[in-house]
Each structure stands twice: as structure tokens, then as C-alpha cells.
Design a protein around this ligand. Structure first.
Ligand code: CA
Length: 317
């Protein structure tokens, strides 16, 4: 899959990076209290369109509802991403609407699944170094840059809205009794309003998606410690461990994408590669010409040396 991305030519002519160099990792864990993991995630790559999508869903609902809802969301989002060539914002909206429709239709068909729903958060990254974050509910996206962790999404929840109005700090919101009450979900009604925004992507950026089983268990400073230092593969596991050590009261899901440091300007690289061969177009003839020039120069120097020896030798005698 990653080979296909690099073969397709990547980013020539524009600044960006080869998607094959984007390092991603995901982990999910049931936690220490619940018996079922209602979280789900997906990693999807579209080599043709030079874009990659990470997606986390945190399902809710009785019986098997939560599990089914998050799994249906991942399926619908992945299928839509693979099928459509829309610009990123329209694609993300279509993917989330497809997830909403599939969950809602399934919940109408099966009494046991009535009322099920899920959160959804996705990040779409392109080889042109552009990013878009889409979300519904309280699963989150973060970006870590220069040692600073920034939350890119505002929770669609009671405490999330209080926080966005400046009435609660992040830490107060995290431990608030209503911390789990969300105001928007995928699949609970016909149609959903998806919040989508463009995000800036720079070399070395680390993007993280997570369910509230991570962000609710750990203060941001503890997330930042791990995210800023460990490799993505190690970081996802360490974050799950830390959330479990802090109690693990909910299912824990985390995904990380590490943007390569360098080279970031694909344009410069490809220009060098395409122009350099023209100077070596006829290497055979050029080498031959250079060779004969050198032979002439050596011959002339030898002649001069012989003449100098003859003249100086003649002077002595
Ligand atoms: Ca949860």
C-alpha cells in the first residue's frame, strides 16, 4: 500500500511529502472496567489521490448497540473514502453522512439496536501537506508542534461547550460529572451536522486522534510527554498503558500520524532530478572529447619538459 503511494509520483511540482513517509500507528483497548470495547478505528490510504485518513469512533447504546455503531461508522467512512474523488471537505462530509445513514437505518431495522450511535473524528492528510479534521461528538483531534499540544476539535458536549465559552478549564471539564454527555452523534437521527476544518501541516507535526477513554483519563501534560518523545508505534501503546494506570474506566483508542521532518519540498527534489540528466545526455561523446583533451595536454607538458631538459643540459656542457 505504501509502495503504491510512492510509485504514483507523490508530490512533484508542489511542496509536500511522500505519503509513504507518513508514520501512523493505532491502538485500542477495552480498559479496566468495561467488558466490551465499543470503540473502533480505521486507517485508510488513497494512493491515487495522495491522501490518507485516520478515523476513530466511540460507540454508545445498549446490548450490542455501541459496538455495532462504531464498527458501521468505520466501514462506511472507509468505503466512502476509497470510492470518491471529491475535494477533502466534501469527501469528509460525505463519509460522515454515509456513516450516519448506515447506523440510523440499521437501528431502525433492529429493535435491539434502537437508539445506538457513535462519535466520529477523522483527520485527512494529503501529500501536499494539507490537513482536514472532521468530528461529531467528543472524540478529539490534537496536534503537537514544537513541544506544544493543541486540541484541534471542540467537544460537542455539555461541558465542551462550557469550555469553549471559557466557563470551564480543560482540567475542570475533564473531571466534570457531565463529562460524558454528548450533544451530537452519528446515527441517532436522519442527517447530522459535521464540523470540518482545515488544519495547517508542518514538518515534524504529530497528529493524534483519541476517544474520551484517553482524553478523559489523562491530563494534557501527560499526553504531551508521550506524544512529544516516543515513536508513533510506541506512543500509542504507552498512552493506552497510562490511561489504564489512571483507572481505565472507559474504552481507550488512540491514533497517531507523524509528518516527516524532511525533505518537505518535493518540488525542489524533482526539479533537480529531471534537470540533471540533460547535462549528461551524451556521456560517451563527452567523455571521449575530454579524454583526447587530457591526452593532448599531457603530450604538450612532456614535450616542454624534454625541451627544458635539453636546453638546461646544453647550458651545462
Ligand atoms: Ca468512551
Amino acid at each position: 500500500m505504501t509502495n503504491a503511494a510512492s510509485k504514483s509520483g507523490g508530490t512533484s511540482g508542489r511542496s509536500g511529502f511522500d505519503l509513504a513517509d507518513l508514520r501512523t500507528a493505532s491502538a485500542t483497548d477495552v480498559g479496566r472496567v468495561r467488558s466490551v470495547n465499543q470503540d473502533a478505528y480505521g486507517e485508510f490510504e488513497d494512493a491515487e489521490q495522495h491522501r490518507q485518513l485516520l478515523f476513530v469512533a466511540d460507540g454508545m447504546g445498549g446490548h450490542r448497540g455501541g459496538e455495532v455503531a462504531s464498527r458501521l461508522a468505520v466501514e462506511a467512512v472507509g468505503e466512502t473514502f476509497g470510492e470518491r474523488e471529491d475535494p477533502p471537505e466534501r469527501l469528509l462530509d460525505a463519509a460522515f453522512q454515509a456513516a450516519n445513514a448506515r447506523i440510523f437505518a440499521t437501528s431502525m431495522d433492529d429493535m435491539e439496536l434502537a437508539g445506538m450511535g457513535t462519535t466520529g473524528v477523522g483527520i485527512l492528510l494529503t501529500g501536499e501537506a494539507q490537513g482536514w479534521v472532521a468530528h461529531v461528538g467528543d472524540s478529539r483531534a490534537y496536534r503537537m508542534r514544537g513541544g506544544v499540544l493543541e486540541q484541534l476539535t471542540g467537544d460537542h458536549s455539555v461541558v465542551g461547550e462550557l469550555m469553549q465559552r471559557g466557563q470551564l478549564t480543560a482540567e475542570e471539564a475533564r473531571v466534570h460529572p457531565q463529562a460524558n454527555e454528548i450533544l451530537r452523534a452519528l446515527g441517532t437521527q436522519d442527517g447530522v451536522e459535521v464540523e470540518i476544518k482545515h488544519v495547517d501541516v508542518a514538518p515534524g507535526d504529530r497528529f493524534m486522534l483519541c476517544s474520551d477513554g484517553l482524553s478523559g483519563m489523562l491530563p494534557e501534560a501527560r499526553i504531551a510527554e508521550v506524544l512529544g518523545t516516543a515513536d508513533p508505534e510506541a506512543a500509542v501503546l504507552q498512552l493506552v498503558d497510562r490511561a489504564n494506570e489512571a483507572g481505565g474506566t472507559d474504552n481507550i483508542t488512540v491514533q497517531i500520524a507523524l509528518v516527516p521532518d524532511a525533505p518537505f519540498a518535493g518540488a525542489t527534489d524533482s526539479a533537480t532530478h529531471t534537470t540533471s540528466p540533460t547535462t549528461e545526455n551524451v556521456p560517451g561523446e563527452k567523455a571521449a572529447a575530454e579524454g583526447s583533451m587530457i591526452r593532448w595536454a599531457v603530450t604538450l607538458m612532456l614535450l616542454a619538459a624534454v625541451l627544458w631538459l635539453l636546453i638546461s643540459g646544453g647550458g651545462d656542457g
